[in-house]
Design a protein around this ligand. Structure first.
Ligand SMILES: Nc1ncnc2c1ncn2[C@@H]1O[C@H](COP(=O)(O)OP(=O)(O)OP(=O)(O)O)[C@@H](O)[C@H]1O
Ligand SMILES: [Mg+2]
Ligand SMILES: [Zn+2]
Length: 284
């Protein structure tokens, strides 16, 4: 059925202050937003993510991260809170990707922004597969949307151990976006500690130049919480709190002596100790 307002021309007439003019029809606007969302490459699993469905529980870091993400989305582009990008860091399953996608979708829907999502490894794989020694990386067609997106989400930074090529390519992307003042939201499992010998540090994974650039262009947000993937199907906030508490007990190096004492508790001794964190997914 053709649009009642514009008969599918995409233009409709409006009268304002006695002056009649032609503007874009609502249906066109809706179509444009749908196209923008489709172009953003958000993985199907995350297509429904928004800030409203993100569950919070008494967890200061988590609630602060959500608040910060919301402000970013509200002030994007141009506002103070969106002047820098965000770098969401923390253990698996706490909702880093969810939060990043929620912001991305929000700015697409409310600002008509050109948004783009890439898993960092996927991006590097795509660049590699189109690699042509006769073309400089800077001129790669595939990189154009990555450079030009109003907001880019680079998910799982550091998942691929850096090499000279990776570092050069990532630096090019990050630098170009930085110079053109385009915001980027990163997520990572790797702790931002200044130890370049620890294979679980972000510094070890992405190199000193990239980390330094990142600090300049992003606000680092340390997150912490329960692994949402372990929440039972009918679980709720109470279960998240329990899961989070259990997880904290398994982090003796960070939580100190009290936690080490608690490690003797049977629930933790027999329970699933999350050995990936601290340490991200070093094995993958
Ligand atoms: N607080 C939350 N409220 C609602 N859904 C959540 C929340 N946290 C996580 N999820 C959901 O749990 C799943 C895992 O979250 P997500 O993928 O964002 O975790 P992550 O922190 O990015 O993990 P990883 O480090 O493994 O990439 C997703 O389906 C996400 O939508
Ligand atoms: Mg993730
Ligand atoms: Zn119409």
């Amino acid at each position: 059925m053709p649009c009642e307002l514009c008969d599918d021309t995409g233009w409709k007439a409006v009268t304002a202050n006695g002056v009649r003019r032609v503007v874009r029809c609502d249906c066109w606007r809706q179509g444009a937003t749908t196209r923008l969302l489709d172009d953003a490459r958000i993985p199907p699993r995350y297509r429904g993510c928004d800030l409203e469905t993100f569950l919070t529980y008494p967890n200061d870091k988590l609630t602060a991260a959500v608040r910060r993400a919301r402000r970013f989305a509200e002030e994007f582009p141009g506002g103070e809170a969106a002047r820098k990008g965000l770098c969401l860091i923390g253990p698996p399953g706490i909702g880093k990707t969810h939060l990043a996608v929620a912001v991305l979708r929000r700015v697409i829907l409310t600002r008509g922004a050109r948004g783009l999502f890439y898993d960092t490894r996927d991006l590097l794989r795509v660049i590699r597969s189109t690699y042509d020694p006769s073309i400089r990386t800077t001129e790669l067609e595939i990189l154009r949307p990555v450079m030009k997106a109003d907001l880019l989400v680079l998910d799982d930074l550091g998942a691929e151990k850096t090499s000279e090529w990776v570092e050069e390519t990532m630096n090019l992307i990050v630098n170009t976006r930085y110079n053109e003042r385009r915001a980027t939201i990163f997520t990572s499992n790797y702790m931002d500690i200044p130890d370049d010998t620890d294979p679980n540090s972000l510094l070890f994974r992405i190199g000193v130049r990239m980390r330094s650039r990142l600090h300049e262009m992003c606000e680092f947000i340390q997150m912490d919480g329960a692994d949402y993937r372990e929440l039972p199907a009918n679980g709720g906030v109470d279960d998240l709190v329990t899961l989070w508490k259990m997880r904290r007990k398994t982090l003796p190096s960070r939580a100190g002596r009290t936690a080490r004492a608690q490690l003797r508790e049977p629930a933790v001794r027999d329970g699933r100790a999350d050995l990936k964190w601290p340490g991200g997914r070093a094995g993958s």
